[in-house]
Ligand binder design. Sequence first.
Ligand code: HEM
Ligand SMILES: *[C@@H]1O[C@H](CO)[C@@H](O)[C@H](O)[C@H]1NC(C)=O
Ligand SMILES: *[C@@H]1O[C@H](CO)[C@@H](O)[C@H](O)[C@H]1NC(C)=O
Ligand SMILES: *[C@@H]1O[C@H](CO)[C@@H](O)[C@H](O)[C@H]1NC(C)=O
Length: 496
Amino acid sequence: MDFWVAGFLVLTAGILLRPWLWFRLRESKKKDGGDEHEEKKKKGMIPKGSLGWPLIGETLNFIACGYSSRPVTFMEKRKSSYGKVFKTNIIGTPIIVSTDAEVNKVVLQNHGNIFVPAYPKSITELLGENSILSINGPHQKRLHTLISAFLRSPHLKDRITRDIETSVCLTLASWAQLPLVHVQDEIKKMTFEILVRVLMSTAPGEDMDILKLEFEEFIKGLICIPIKFPGTRLYKSLKAKERLIKMVKKVVEERQVAAGTTASPANDVMDVLLRDVSDGGDSEKQSQPSDFVSGKIVEMMIPGEETMPTAMTLAVKFLSDNPVALAKLVEENMEMKRRKLESGEVYSWTDYMSLSFTQNVINETLRMANIINGVWRKALKDVEIKGYLIPKGWGVLASFIAVHMDEDIYENPYQFDPWRWDRINGSANSSICFTPFGGGQRLCPGLELSKLEIAIFLHHLVTRYSWTAEEDEIVSFPTVKMKRRLPIRVAMVDIL
Ligand code: HEM
Ligand SMILES: *[C@@H]1O[C@H](CO)[C@@H](O)[C@H](O)[C@H]1NC(C)=O
Ligand SMILES: *[C@@H]1O[C@H](CO)[C@@H](O)[C@H](O)[C@H]1NC(C)=O
Ligand SMILES: *[C@@H]1O[C@H](CO)[C@@H](O)[C@H](O)[C@H]1NC(C)=O
C-alpha cells in the first residue's frame, strides 16, 4: 500500500470510527465496479448520485465537510440534487447514503439479516472476530438481549445511581478547586470509572488507574494503519488489550471461585455473562469461560467510553450558550432538591428521570450533538427499500445527522431548543426521526443508563455550582469534540 493511500486510510478511518464501519480497501479493489452495476442502473432503481473520481470518489469532499462547522453539508448538497437517498463513493467503495428516516429505519431493523456491519481493518483486529460489534446473527442477538436486559434493569439502576452520585459529587467538588477545568478531559475519568463499575464492579483505586491507562493505550489503535509487527501502533494496542484481558480475567477467576450465590440478582455485566455461560449458553463459550467473559468485558468498554463523556461535555456547552434554557433547568432541579431536603429522602433513579425539562435538555443535546452521526452497513444481497435498490456488496450509510438537522422535521434545527420536545411529545414520528442510539437490532443497550448518568450529572452541576465557559467550538472530525476541550471556571453556589 503506498503512502498516499495509507494517508487516506488514516484520515477516513477517523470519520468512520464513530459508525465503526469501514469498507476494506482491498475488497473494493477486487470488486472494481463496472458491468453488474451498469446493468442495474438501466432499470433506474439505484439511487441517483455521482461516484466521483476513481478510487477516491467523493472522499475529499466528505472529509472537507467533516472539518467544517456544518458536517451535514455533504448530505444536504447531494440531497437537493439527487433526492433523499443518493449514491456516492467513499474511498473506492460505492455507497448508498440515506437521509430518509423511513429508509434508515428499515436498515436498522434489518429484517432477514441483509445488512452486516463491517469495520476498518484496524478496528476488526482490535475488536476480535467475536465482539458484539462485529458479529451478526443469533450470537449477536443473544448477547444483545442479555446485556440490554441487564443494563435496563431497575436493580442495576438502583445500585448504580449511588455510585454515579458519588463519582459526580467528587468530580464536581474537585472542579471547584481548580482555576480552570477542561471539561472534555476531566469528565472522561468519571465516566470511565462508572463504566467499569457497571461492567465489573471495580472500585476506584489503583486497579482502576491501571485499567484506565491500559485501556487508553488499547484504543489509540482504533484509528491506525493496519500493520502488525513490533513497534507499530496496532501491535502496541493489541499488547495492551492482552494485558487488559489478563487483568479482567483475574477478576473473573476470583468470581468463579466465590460463585455459589447465584440466587441474588446479577450485580454487573460480568455476573450476567458468567451466569449465561454456566446456564449452558453457547458451546463455543463452554471451553474457556474466563477467556470468553474477559474478552467481552474489554470489548464492551469501547462503545461507552467516548460517547458518554462527549454527550455530557456538549450538554455543558449548549447550556453555557443558552442561559434561558439553563435557567429553566436550574429551576426544575432546584425544585426537586428542595423537596428532597425537606423530606430527607435520598434520590432514586426514577426521581432523576422524572424531571421533564431535564429530559428535554438531554434529548435536545443528543439531537444536536450527533455523537454517532450514522451507521454503516454492507448489503449481503440486493435489497429494495422504498423503491431504491441497494445492490449486493454496496455499503449503506444511514445518516442520523441528516435527519436530526433536517429543517422539515425540526424547525430551526441549529437552534438549541429543549422546549421543542414538549411539542414533539412522543409523536409517532419522533421514534424514527430521533435515533442518537441507533435502533432496531443493534439499538444501544446503554441508552437508559446514559440518560440516567447525564441526568444525575446535570442535577448536581446546576444545583450546586455555577460556571462560565470560555469560547470554544464543536468540531465533528474525526469524531465529535470540543476544539479547546471546553475550558470552564466553576464556582460553588449556596442557593439554598
Ligand atoms: C450518549 C452515549 C451513547 C451513545 C450516543 C451511543 C450510541 C450507540 C449507537 C448509535 C449504537 C448502534 C451502533 C450500530 O448500530 O452499529 C450503539 C451500540 C452499542 N452501545 Fe452505545 N451509545 C452510548 C453509550 C453507551 C454506553 C454507556 C454503553 C455501555 C454501557 C454502550 C454500549 C453499547 C453496545 C454494547 C453497543 C452494541 C450493541 C450491538 O451491536 O448489539 N453505549 N451505541
Ligand atoms: C426523548 O426522545 C425519546 C426517544 O425518541 C422519546 O421517547 C421521549 O419522549 C423524548 N423525551 C421527551 C421529554 O420528549
Ligand atoms: C403530551 O402527551 C401526554 C400523553 O401522552 C398528554 O397528557 C399531554 O397533554 C401532551 N402534551 C402536549 C403539550 O401535547
Ligand atoms: C413525519 O415525517 C415525515 C418525514 O419523514 C414528514 O414528511 C411528515 O410531515 C412527518 N409528520 C409529522 C406529523 O410530523
